[in-house]
Design a protein around this ligand. Structure first.
Ligand SMILES: Nc1ncnc2c1ncn2[C@@H]1O[C@H](COP(=O)(O)OP(=O)(O)OP(=O)(O)O)[C@@H](O)[C@H]1O
Length: 559
């Protein structure tokens, strides 16, 4: 099971990075070039300094032009290579992350709202931002350095082999220990704490966002001290695995130093032996020693990178767990065109929410001719909102049929259905941008005059114009200046602008005082003109807008 899950993450990480393989390959080649340039720079420098010293003593004659030029060339190559490597690898990563976010939203959209209802806002935010961002590790810290290390190590060992197989083998063993054994151990030891960090971080983030949003309630009804203790405990749950990870990092850094120094020592001992037996000269000994020392740069970052793999894995799992959910409603393979006529018919519709025992709706039938308005009444939890949720195709009925203009909802795409409907509820969500942008949302190509007209009909135009910034007022500032009734009328203006043939009102005047309710009802009356409507309400004033009435009790129609 565990293995299958791991494969799922691996396959997915590979699939999403496929479009960026060219960038990644370029990054790997540049990283390899930097490692090799650095090793060569040190090796040539070592050789050159020793050779010059010996020539100063008159022991040998050296052509110093070529090595001096090589040193300069390698230094430039190393610096320029590093610069371009950073540009290319970061470009690849940001492209990957941007593609990933788009991919994520495309997968998330069909799941909303049914399949994401039990994810808290803070948790969703964590998955969308922090989890996706931590996937940058997969490429920047793991994939590129691993492949660059493999390629560079192969070429370095090949080079050393020509000088001495014994030195090459020693270096290879050291590189394998630092580049393979230590990362494997770090991965093994760090995988659980990495996963725990991702989970604990998400819990903490969710709790903090919940605490900040509910601050008023906590101060009034809750126990702020108890809340603080809970937050501290959750913080501790994050600190414990972080401490474990730091311990692994510290140990692997120390072991990397120890192994590379020891390998280096053995390489020097072998080189001294070769010098004594006349198979190497002095400058060559120093060159190989410097080469060995620098070679570990290729693998030194891998243990810590692999330790972080647990976190990357945890993040990938959380993303996949969310998007792998089956949508509550799937679109038909061959959808029908949008209906041109807007009668609404429910025929013996039954529906039970998943993981619940009792049906939310049972044998619901009604027929609404185009332009008619149906008021649905019933006690709280009787199933009124469920009727509209099915009509909006957020859920699919278990049995029975729902049609709009004679076309069954099962033959229509969810988007097509939702384009036909405008909804005004007691919660009008305003996005944190200008009032204008919030209105244009309903019809992006609307003219200024259309927006004004919609606001005039919703009796909100004067209020908006009275604001110092008018339509350009930011909602953040406006929210404190707009009353509940004004926000409701903005919602109505948005619905008017959408100009959909079907209107759904879900308690749109709930929580308003009598005077404000009257203003909102007048605006609603304009919205309903000539449109088919379903009105959920128990307010007598609003009921006067309906020409048909339906009473629901425990999911069934009361005859
Ligand atoms: N997303 C959901 N998942 C599971 N059960 C749900 C869900 N939404 C509603 N229910 C249940 O279905 C039943 C009908 O709920 P619905 O929201 O349709 O009632 P309602 O009449 O609109 O209530 P209210 O007036 O309080 O909004 C209730 O028992 C409710 O608990």
């Amino acid at each position: 099971m565990m293995k299958r899950r791991k494969n799922r993450e691996l396959r997915w990480l590979f699939a999403i990075s496929r479009p960026y393989l060219g960038w990644m390959l370029a990054g790997i080649l540049l990283a390899t070039t930097v490692i090799l340039a650095n090793v060569a720079l040190l090796a040539v420098s070592g050789w050159f300094i020793t050779a010059m010293a010996l020539s100063g003593l008159g022991a040998i004659v050296v052509n110093y032009f070529t090595p001096a030029a090589a040193i300069r060339g390698l230094a430039i190559l190393r610096t320029a290579g590093r610069y371009f490597e950073r540009i290319v690898t970061h470009e690849a990563t940001f492209r990957l992350l941007a593609g990933l976010r788009q991919w994520f939203f495309e997968r998330l959209e069909p799941l909303a709202p049914a399949r994401i209802q039990h994810y808290q806002g803070g948790d969703l935010l964590s998955r969308i931002s922090a989890d996706i961002d931590s996937l940058e590790n997969a490429y920047l810290r793991i994939l590129t350095p691993t492949f660059a290390a493999l390629l560079a190590s192969f070429l370095m060992i090949l080079f050393l082999w020509f000088w001495s197989p014994a030195i090459a083998l020693t270096n290879l063993i050291g590189l394998l220990m630092v580049g393979l054994a230590l990362p494997w151990a770090a991965l093994y030891l760090g995988i659980n704490s990495g996963r725990n960090i991702v989970k604990a971080r998400a819990v903490l983030r969710q709790r903090i966002s919940e605490t900040v949003r509910g601050l008023a309630e906590i101060t009034l009804y809750g126990n702020p001290q108890q809340r603080m203790i809970t937050l501290q405990e959750e913080n501790e749950a994050l600190v414990i695995p972080q401490r474990q990870q730091n311990r692994i990092d510290a140990s692997s850094t120390a072991l990397t130093g120890l192994v590379s120094q020891f390998t280096w020592l053995v390489m020097i001992v072998i080189a001294i032996y070769l010098l004594q037996s006349g198979r190497l000269n002095g400058p060559e000994l120093v060159m190989l020693a410097f080469f060995g020392m620098a070679s570990f740069e290729a693998v030194a970052t891998l243990p810590i990178a692999f330790r972080a793999l647990g976190e990357t894995w945890g993040a990938a799992s959380r993303i996949l767990d969310l998007v792998d959910a089956e949508p509550a409603v799937t679109d038909p393979r061959h959808p029908s065109a949008a209906p041109q006529q807007f009668d609404i018919r429910f025929e013996a519709v039954c529906f039970t929410y998943p993981q619940t025992k009792h049906p939310a709706l049972h044998d619901i039938s009604f027929c609404l001719k185009q332009g008619q308005k149906l008021a649905i009444q019933g006690a709280s939890g009787s199933g009124k909102t469920s009727v509209t949720q099915l009509l909006l195709k957020f859920w699919a009925a278990d049995s029975g049929q729902i049609t709009i203009g004679g076309t069954g909802l099962e033959d229509l795409k969810g988007d097509t259905v939702r384009k036909l409907c405008a909804v005004v509820s007691q919660h009008v969500h305003l996005f944190n941008t200008t009032l204008a942008a919030n209105l244009y949302l309903a019809k992006p190509d609307a003219t200024d005059e259309e927006v004004r007209e919609a606001c005039r009909a919703a009796a909100i135009l004067d209020d908006i114009q009275a604001l110092p910034e008018g339509f350009n007022t930011e909602v953040g500032e406006a929210a404190t200046r707009l009353s509940g009734g004004q926000i409701r009328r903005l919602g109505i203006a948005r619905a008017l602008l959408k100009d959909a043939p079907i209107v759904i009102l879900d308690e749109p005047t709930e929580g308003l005082d009598a005077g404000t309710e009257q203003q909102v009802i007048q605006a609603l009356a304009k919205l309903l003109q000539g449109r088919t409507a379903i009105i959920i309400t128990h307010r007598p004033q609003l009921l006067t807008l309906a020409d048909h009435h339906l009473l629901i009790d425990k999911g069934s129609i009361v005859p």
